[in-house]
Design a protein around this ligand. Structure first.
Ligand code: FMN
Length: 386
């Protein structure tokens, strides 16, 4: 049997702090720090404690060249090698280790920048709820906790400033100036099918399909996209859209179709929205919700092992979100975007592999309830004249 190290591996000296009560009781102040090694490997999606012998073995074994297991055992010891194979930090070439090898091969084949794979894998959430911290503090509470924030803008430059003329009125003003993040969705209201169709088509659909090779094409959308690749896909969670059964769908950006993935009753759809949105009940009531999913395999086909590729995916999602907001505003609706989502759980629900598909954000919209405009505006306080 042969083995090699997994493709992407970072080792963290993790610190644990504890009070040394013996010293405290003796009148001293004693914060005791202990450290141990933690292996972070995106193909495993686990944090694994390793010892100094394992660290040495991982530091010496190649991620490219296969070696005989017996050779590795002679150098690092049988126990050490067996433990690392079991954990999946070493990859074996026999069927016993096929599952770890498949994950490692997927990571290799996707052309991730290793640090981006790390940031992505270990930045995902599972099961975050109100109790685990989603209820955001108000600005007042933040001021009490952290003191004054840095000023709202940079104040730099030397010499006399060039005062610019006022912005002339323009055709986009109505959408730009009325746009706001809604946290006040009307629980009884639904989104008419033609409004949902326009929102999805103008935000996520191909406005043109351009052939770039005998079997390859790129899409032209209303938002820009890094490299013109448009790696972000829209998965729709319909709660109250006229003519659409509550459930999960994939929105196909060329055929302009909602392709069913899972039908749900209204209650289950509402519960799923809330769970996906990490308990943000002020957003989960929006009748039309969209999960933005980046296909790394599409982006990294061009941007192989690229420092900026992962950042570009988030930028793409941001552009789509603003387009969605403006179209929602045109329809008379507030909208929302959030990255505070249980992305690892959403992957499971949608059957996605986090190494190939990143759940980046969720957005949504729908008619507002009468009354106060948003919860958050109250939290911000009075508006200052500019
Ligand atoms: C990247 C991003 C993440 C956001 N996350 C949340 C969120 O988790 N929960 C929420 O209620 N609003 C979220 N928002 C909305 C902001 O709170 C909102 O844009 C901000 O308060 C300004 O209000 P406005 O959009 O009405 O101008 C997010 C906005 C952006 C751009």
């Amino acid at each position: 049997m042969k083995l090699r190290r997994c493709a992407v591996l970072y080792i963290e000296p993790r610190e644990e702090l504890a009070i040394d009560w013996k010293v405290v009781l003796a009148g001293g102040s004693a914060l005791a720090a202990t450290t141990h090694w933690v292996a972070l490997a995106p193909h495993l999606d686990l944090e694994l404690r390793i010892d100094a012998d394992q660290l040495a073995a991982l530091g010496a074994l190649s991620q490219t060249v296969w070696v005989e297991r017996t050779v590795a055992e002679q150098r690092y010891g049988e126990r050490c090698v067996a433990g690392l194979l079991e954990q999946g930090l070493l990859i074996g070439d026999t069927p016993q280790y096929a599952a770890q090898r498949e994950r490692d091969d997927t990571l290799r084949a996707t052309h991730w920048r290793p640090l981006s794979a790390l940031a992505h894998t270990y930045g995902r959430w599972r099961g975050v709820t109100g109790e685990t911290g989603m209820e955001a503090p108000s600005f007042q509470e933040l001021l009490e906790r952290y003191g004054e924030p840095p000023p709202p803008t940079l104040d730099i430059g030397t010499g006399e400033a060039l005062k610019l003329p006022p912005a002339a009125a323009g055709r986009m003003d109505e959408q730009l100036l009325q746009r706001y993040t809604g946290r006040n969705f009307d629980l009884q209201a639904s989104v008419p099918l033609e409004v949902a169709a326009r929102l999805l088509q103008r935000t996520f659909a191909a406005q043109e399909v351009r052939k770039v090779g005998p079997h390859s094409s790129v899409l032209k959308k209303t938002s820009p996209s890094g490299g013109g690749l448009h790696p972000i896909e829209a998965f729709v969670l319909a709660q109250r859209v006229d003519g659409v059964a509550p459930g999960l769908y994939h929105y196909h950006p060329i055929s302009h179709e909602l392709r069913p993935l899972q039908t749900l009753d209204s209650e289950a759809a509402a519960a799923l929205a809330r769970y996906m949105l990490a308990d943000q009940h002020w957003l989960s009531t929006a009748p039309l919700q969209v999960v933005l999913v980046a296909r790394m395999e599409r982006s990294f086909w061009k941007y192989r092992n690229h420092q900026k590729a992962y950042r570009a995916l988030a930028l793409d999602a941001g552009h789509l979100s603003q387009t969605f907001y403006l179209l929602a505003t045109e329809a008379g609706y507030p909208a929302f975007i959030t990255a505070a989502i249980n992305d690892a759980d959403i992957e499971k629900t949608l059957g996605l592999d986090h190494l190939r598909h990143a759940v980046v954000a969720m957005c949504g919209c729908g008619p507002a309830a009468q009354g106060e405009r948003t919860m958050v505006e109250l939290r911000y306080g009075e508006t200052d004249a500019i």
